[in-house]
Design a protein around this ligand. Structure first.
Ligand code: GDP
Ligand code: MG
Length: 176
């Protein structure tokens, strides 16, 4: 018998729009990418159904929030019942990295799991097709600031293409 599990995940970005939250979800759920910029208004929802194993289907409900809400109190509503969150920054823009801890603090202050444990938060270093993004400093950053993990992501190109494109480039993010 299959046990459906309902999970909610949230993505959050920066005061500067356009880190790629919507693009990551579109790629993950619909396998598409668009250059076309259309800012999210309020919140969008997406559902990814994952056949986890023979006994488990995960219904991953993604809440894609616009980004400005940290300044109001709407995030409290969006975060309710969340079991995990992703904070996204754009590796080409230092200002978006500077906002990461503000989002982490916003999450920690407004939502917890049962028993008061913090909601697990993953950090996504997006647009990694644009810049080589190996950075051991992010391991330390995540440990010190309570992120469970970080990943380089690109909503635009697939990992193999990205590695080929970046081969030979040796720069790192200037702001890390
Ligand atoms: P959001 O405001 O955080 O939801 O950002 P969007 O998903 O709307 O993306 C903003 C812009 O960045 C769009 O023009 C996207 O095409 C572009 N973009 C998003 N992800 C990537 C990526 O991984 N690589 C590149 N090169 N562009 C991206
Ligand atoms: Mg968006």
């Amino acid at each position: 018998c299959q046990t459906p599990h309902r999970h909610s995940f949230y993505t959050a970005g920066d005061r500067d729009l356009g880190v790629g939250k919507t693009s990551i979800i579109k790629r993950y759920v619909h396998q598409i990418f668009s250059q076309h910029y259309r800012a999210t208004i309020g919140v969008d929802f997406a559902l990814k159904v994952i056949q986890w194993d023979n006994n488990t289907v995960v219904r991953l409900q993604l809440w894609d929030i616009a980004g400005q809400e940290r300044y109001g109190n709407m995030t409290r509503v969006y975060y309710r019942e969340a079991v995990g969150a992703m904070v996204v920054f754009d590796v080409t823009r230092a200002s978006t990295f500077e906002a990461v801890l503000k989002w982490k603090d916003d999450l920690d202050s407004k939502v917890t799991l049962n028993h008061g444990r913090p909601v697990p938060v993953v950090l996504l270093a997006n647009k990694s097709d644009q810049l080589p993004s190996h950075s051991p400093k992010l391991d330390t950053f995540c440990r010190e600031n309570g992120f469970v993990a970080w990943f380089e992501t690109s909503a635009k190109v697939r990992p193999v293409t990205r590695r080929a494109a970046l081969k030979g480039l040796d720069a790192s993010w200037s702001f890390l």
